[in-house]
Every structure is written in structure tokens, then in C-alpha cells.
Design a protein around this ligand. Structure first.
Ligand code: AMP
Length: 286
């Protein structure tokens, strides 16, 4: 298997057979789940997986069950050939790009619901989203059987949901979370940034600018969340065309809002610029 040509596998049985051979040789397996339309954020996860595991599997699957009825499933960017080229450069060994029928054969009726940590924020804005995420991630874990799986901090609530699912269901996989990769101007990389016009992109910088202000407040010792709330409000007031879905300082584990910052908190923001929803967050106190 050469580093420049990852093996492309579309079905579950051949994937299991291939990975069983690797496992029998004592090689550890790392999984990077993605929906494709890859960028440097995804590739940073592949590189981290290469450092931690012997064999890296990247899944490319636009998961229908995590999209709401009025969301962008149909127009979500798909380009497997380009993704495969980028994965080759990042040193991925196996690309698992299953068909929708392979993942959801007709008659499937089972799903995973992680309670509590899915109640607010993305869970409230996108009903059913995290059931779709938890279900597909558990299915991918069962298909691949990875020793470790790699996720981006960019989707902070998702990392909390997956860690909780793994803990609650005794899934034998180590979860690694890697920092958010940003463009030079600070915008968190996202496959959905492709939807932004140059003007919207510029307006969208208010998210990372606001988070930077929050980091500075934290470094100066500020722990009163009311102060953060007013800084966030002032910051977004300068970009009236950007609509906040939520912007809140929350407990890093429970995702519940807090009024004072203890050891560790997260500022989570979701906002809409035109038709595009942007997410970003900052952990305060690693
Ligand atoms: P997606 O393809 O959007 O489902 O994302 C696949 C994985 O890449 C998830 O674990 C995301 O959190 C992660 N990811 C997406 N954007 C970034 C980014 N800018 N930096 C780091 N990881 C990211």
C-alpha cells in the first residue's frame, strides 16, 4: 500500500476484511469520519491520526440522517476525486466512501439518542441532528472497529456528544479532539464556507473576532460571564446583517450556561450570514 494512493472501499464487507488483515498484523487503526469537501481542518485530523495510529481510515459520507428537511443535504458539496487526492497527500491509507444503501439499508429503524448534552444549542437549532450524528458515528465505529477516532474542536458540542455516547455505550475507542484550523483571516475552515460570497465571508469574521475578544478577557482574569455577554453583543452589533442563533459561555462538559467561569468553559457561537450557518467556539482555560 503506497502512501500516494489510498485504497478506496465502498462496501462494508471488503472494508472489514481489509482491516481484519491489518489488525491480525498487530496494526492499530485510526478513523477520521468526514462528510467530504475536505479542507485543511479535516487533513489535520488525518495527520494526527497518522501520528497516533499505524493505519488511517478516513470515511467520506454525507450522512442524510443528520440533515433537517430544510437543510442543505442536496446541495452539500461532493467531490470524491478531489477528496481522494487530498487524503493521499495527507497520508491516509484507506478511504471508506459507503453508499447510502450500505449505511442505511431499507427498513433500518434503529438510532442512537444521547440525551441532555444534545438538548441545547445545535440540538435545539437542528432537531434530530445529533441522533443522526451519533447513529452514523456508532455505525462507522462498528464497521471500522478503530482503536482511536479523531474529531475537530470546531464542532464542540459534537465532541461532547460522541464522548458521552462512547462512555455510556462502552464503545472501545479512544476519542481524540484536535484544534480548529482557521484561514489566515481567522475564519474557521468549513466545507460550508464555499457557500459564502466575498462580502458574507468578510461579515462572518465577526465570529472569530468575538471569540478572540473573549480569550483576551479570560487572559486578563475576567470570570464574570455578564461581561462576556456584553462584549459578544457589542461585537455582533457591528455586523447587523449577521444573525446570531446562539452565543453563550457554557460549562465545557455539560454545555449548560454558567454565570461565572471556573476552571474551564467554552464560548460557543452559531450565526447565520445570508443562507449560511457558521459555527465557532473557544475553550477558555485548557
Ligand atoms: P465534517 O466533514 O464537517 O463532518 O467534519 C468532519 C470532521 O472534521 C469533524 O470532526 C469536524 O469537527 C472536523 N472539522 C471540520 N472543520 C474543522 C476545522 N476547521 N478544524 C478542525 N477540524 C475540523
Amino acid at each position: 500500500m503506497s502512501e500516494t494512493s489510498p485504497e478506496l472501499i465502498h462496501q462494508i464487507d471488503p472494508l472489514r476484511k481489509r482491516l481484519a488483515e491489518e489488525r491480525a498484523r498487530g496494526r492499530t487503526i485510526g478513523l477520521v469520519p468526514t462528510m467530504g469537501a475536505l479542507h485543511e481542518g479535516h487533513l489535520s485530523l488525518v495527520r494526527l491520526a497518522r501520528e497516533r495510529c499505524d493505519l488511517v481510515v478516513a470515511s467520506v459520507f454525507v450522512n442524510p440522517t443528520q440533515f433537517g428537511p430544510n437543510e442543505d443535504f442536496a446541495r452539500y458539496p461532493r467531490n470524491l476525486q478531489r477528496d481522494a487526492e487530498l487524503l493521499a497527500l495527507a497520508g491516509c491509507h484507506v478511504i471508506f466512501a459507503p453508499t447510502t444503501d450500505a449505511v442505511y439499508p431499507s427498513g433500518h429503524v434503529t438510532s442512537v439518542h444521547v440525551a441532555e448534552v444534545t438538548r441545547r444549542w445545535e440540538g435545539a437549532a437542528r432537531p434530530g441532528h445529533f441522533d443522526g450524528v451519533a447513529t452514523v458515528v456508532l455505525k462507522l465505529f462498528n464497521m471500522v472497529g478503530p482503536d482511536a477516532a479523531f474529531f475537530g474542536q470546531k464542532d464542540y458540542q459534537q465532541t461532547v456528544v460522541i464522548r458521552r455516547m462512547v462512555r455510556d455505550l462502552d464503545v472501545p475507542v479512544a476519542i481524540h479532539v484536535a484544534p480548529t484550523i482557521r484561514d489566515d483571516d481567522g475564519l474557521a475552515m468549513s466545507s460550508r464556507n464555499a457557500y459564502l460570497s466575498p462580502r458574507e465571508r468578510d461579515q462572518g469574521l465577526v465570529l472569530s473576532r468575538t471569540l478572540q475578544r473573549c480569550r483576551e478577557l479570560f487572559e486578563r482574569g475576567q470570570r464574570d460571564v455578564a461581561v462576556y455577554d456584553s462584549v459578544i453583543a457589542d461585537s455582533f452589533a457591528a455586523e447587523p446583517e449577521v444573525c446570531i442563533d446562539y452565543a453563550s459561555v457554557v460549562d465545557a462538559d455539560t454545555l449548560e450556561p454558567i454565570s461565572r467561569i471556573g476552571d474551564r468553559a467554552v464560548v460557543i457561537i452559531a450565526a447565520r450570514v445570508g443562507k449560511t450557518r457558521l459555527l465557532d467556539n473557544a475553550i477558555l482555560g485548557e
